[in-house]
Design a protein around this ligand. Structure first.
Ligand SMILES: *[C@@H]1O[C@H](CO)[C@@H](O)[C@H](O)[C@H]1NC(C)=O
Ligand SMILES: *[C@@H]1O[C@H](CO)[C@@H](O)[C@H](O)[C@H]1NC(C)=O
Ligand SMILES: *[C@@H]1O[C@H](CO)[C@@H](O)[C@H](O)[C@H]1NC(C)=O
Ligand SMILES: *[C@@H]1O[C@H](CO)[C@@H](O)[C@H](O)[C@H]1NC(C)=O
Ligand SMILES: *[C@@H]1O[C@H](CO)[C@@H](O)[C@H](O)[C@H]1NC(C)=O
Length: 411
């Protein structure tokens, strides 16, 4: 399905150019340190909030024990600043020995014993964004090291390297990862460094090497940042949708739901729109001190099921007013005879006042002859069936900077 055959110099020698590692057929879910803890390395001043093994072990405990793993959050992601400033004498990466005193294999094993998977960070350039040793010149060594440590997922950033080199270097790392024989999910920051050169971004090419890719700016801890990502993704939605398929995902960056900087309505809005896109759900928050309401938002199984829908569609914004944007995504179940899909439908209210929304189903593309059953995914309430052509979908008052999120299941 992914393969393309290249004829080299007109001979019969052929090469299959494709990423076929069988991983992340639905978008990855997990927890990552970056947006909450950045590159905090002062463990004397911030013993519970610095990049060290205790932080990852503690968050792994919460994932496994507080219900997150049960609903799908599976990967524990180390981000930048975990390394020693120096490679070992034989060129291998090493963790900072005071902050990771048991070493990375110990931490990977700790994570694995809890039924979770272990994800690590590196950079394709000479140095990581935080100034630690990069992989340039060491791609094979680093792939082998990660495999030997029990790494299940690599995020490869793109600081400190010539942009034109990325189209060779990112695929090269995929070949080294593949050659280790260990299944390792491969997340590339490649297109995120080409924000201003969209003509150079070919998602088919990127998806032939990478399981997922960041496209745009890092998220930060604010509603404004969420909205800026939504605006950029909507602007390029046709191209993003065309480049996505199971195993090859756009990554709009971390879920910041679970932090006090955003309200519960804003947290529901982020979870909703990310699910419409089939985006990775990788939280960055402190699972030790999360509020019960935000925990419930992060663990909403109906919403997660839309994100993890096996069709893996990138849903789109299809209608808008000054305040409201309507997003629609085709999901399972499909009608067995006609193939007509079910739909997830989101109304995002960007205004600072509540808005009522009513829409005719056909405007959203809903045209199943026998109709749909409607469910509000945030309240869990059934909203009745739509069975006639002149039916209307009423979203209850959509809260300020919030959403309504329904599933219309074929009848
Ligand atoms: C390890 O990190 C600490 C800061 O927490 C730093 O002072 C030290 O130099 C680092 N050690 C190495 C070997 O990079
Ligand atoms: C470690 O790296 C730093 C800066 O990158 C360098 O100044 C130092 O000499 C290195 N130390 C060793 C033991 O190689
Ligand atoms: C390596 O690539 C081949 C061919 O695409 C694939 O069948 C295999 O599963 C891959 N192995 C790993 C470990 O990713
Ligand atoms: C994008 O990359 C694919 C795979 O390498 C290639 O077949 C296609 O022609 C490229 N598209 C453009 C517009 O360059
Ligand atoms: C919005 O809907 C609510 C409940 O359905 C209703 O009470 C209210 O009058 C509506 N507001 C407007 C402006 O239509």
């Amino acid at each position: 399905m992914y393969s393309a055959i290249a004829l080299v110099f007109g001979s019969l020698i052929s090469a299959v150019i494709s990423l076929d590692n069988g991983l992340v057929r639905t978008p990855p879910m997990g927890w990552m340190s970056w947006t909450k803890y950045y590159c905090e390395t002062d463990c004397v001043k911030y013993p519970d909030a610095c990049i060290n093994e205790n932080l990852y072990a503690a968050q792994a405990d919460r994932l496994a024990e507080d219900g997150y793993l049960d609903v799908g959050y599976e990967y524990v992601h180390i981000d930048d600043c975990w390394m020693s400033y120096n490679r070992t004498f034989d060129g291998q990466l090493a963790a900072n020995s005071s902050r990771f005193s048991h070493g990375i294999p110990w931490l990977a094993n700790y994570v694995h014993k809890r039924g979770l998977k272990f994800a690590i960070y590196e950079d394709y350039g000479t140095k990581t964004c935080g100034g630690y040793p990069g992989s340039l010149g060491f791609l094979k060594v680093d792939a082998d090291t990660f495999a030997s440590w029990g790494v299940d997922y690599l995020k490869l950033d793109g600081c400190n390297v010539n942009l034109d080199q990325m189209k060779y270097g990112y695929p090269e790392m995929e070949r080294h990862l593949n050659a280790t024989g260990r299944p390792i999910v491969y997340a590339c920051s490649w297109p995120a460094y080409l924000i201003d050169q969209q003509d150079k971004v070919n998602y088919t090419e990127i998806g032939n090497s990478c399981n997922l890719w960041r496209n745009f700016d890092d998220i930060s801890m604010s509603w404004r940042s969420i909205v800026s990502i939504i605006d950029w993704y909507v602007k390029f939605q046709d191209k993003l949708a065309a480049g996505q398929k199971p195993g090859a995902w756009n990554d709009p960056d971390m879920i910041i739901a679970g932090n006090n900087e955003i309200s519960d309505d804003q947290a529901r809005a982020q979870m909703t729109i990310w699910s419409i896109w089939s985006a990775p759900l990788i939280m960055s928050n402190d699972l030790r001190s999360i509020t019960p309401s935000q925990k419930k938002i992060l663990q909403n199984r109906d919403v997660i099921a839309i994100d993890q829908d096996p069709l893996g569609k990138f849903g789109k914004m299809i209608a808008s007013t000054a305040d409201i944007q309507l997003f629609v995504k085709q999901v399972t179940p499909l009608d067995q005879l006609t193939g007509e899909p079910s739909y997830a439908i989101a109304a995002l209210n960007r205004a600072t006042y509540p808005v009522n929304v009513t829409i005719e189903p056909w405007r959203l593309g809903l045209q199943n002859p026998s109709g749909y059953s409607l469910k509000d995914l945030w309240t869990g309430q059934f909203k009745g069936d739509i069975t006639s052509v002149d039916a209307r979908i009423h979203f209850d008052i959509v809260p300020p900077t919030g959403v309504a999120f329904y599933k219309a299941t074929i009848l």
